[in-house]
Design a protein around this ligand. Sequence first.
Ligand SMILES: CC(C)(COP(=O)(O)OP(=O)(O)OC[C@H]1O[C@@H](n2cnc3c(N)ncnc32)[C@H](O)[C@@H]1OP(=O)(O)O)[C@@H](O)C(=O)NCCC(=O)NCCS
Length: 211
Amino acid sequence: MVIVLRLASTADVPALERLIETSVRALSAGYYSPKQVESALTHLFGVDTQLIADGTYFIAENSEGIVGCGGWSKRQTLFGGDRYKTVADPELDPAVDSARIRAFFVHPDFARQGIGRRLIEACEAAAKTAGFQTFTLVATLPGQPLYAALGYTVTQLLETRLSDGAVLPMARMEKTLLSRPASPQSTPAPVAAGTEPESKSARTGDADGRM
Ligand SMILES: CC(C)(COP(=O)(O)OP(=O)(O)OC[C@H]1O[C@@H](n2cnc3c(N)ncnc32)[C@H](O)[C@@H]1OP(=O)(O)O)[C@@H](O)C(=O)NCCC(=O)NCCS
């Protein structure tokens, strides 16, 4: 089956929202409780339309429709869809900041077929063309194996508290394209998202971890 990548447009948003719901409900099983999943779908996950406007959100599709999505960003926000964003999202400086890797979702019928990998590789190539050499993301628990397979390392464990009180364990992960090895990582203790010491590029996160 041929799967091609293309940039998302505003017209894709309804189909992307459906894909995100289907992906999260099926592929979060065993990582998050049903309550955590429903809370995250209500308050956190969804399309960040700024990425579509920036031309940095990719779709993977076959002849029948969208089977995956994922993007990168030249802006400060680290995670969450429009429903989670309440602050301005200023641009980063590629000379000193890390590009964001954002919002990867694959349809469960097409999981473990390399779609997530293809999407990340497309994002990294585009971000590199824009001048970025380092990448940062905040991963869900089901997302972490994918990012680890692509060379990302956990730099911080986070607990994102949603507005209904649900708490979602997540992890900040980073990767550099430079040849120098990443600094050795030990597994840190979890902290509340947004209360941790931030790298220079993520200092704008508020107390809810909205970055
Ligand atoms: C995370 C997600 C996008 C991965 O997409 P995918 O297309 O299935 O990933 P790929 O097939 O490209 O996986 C590439 C490699 O990552 C690793 N990997 C991916 N998913 C994995 C899993 N569930 N368990 C173990 N390793 C996994 C493997 O090394 C895999 O290579 P392999 O299949 O040859 O062993 C998908 O599971 C998903 O949509 N999850 C629900 C939504 C979510 O939480 N997204 C992350 C937001 S931060």
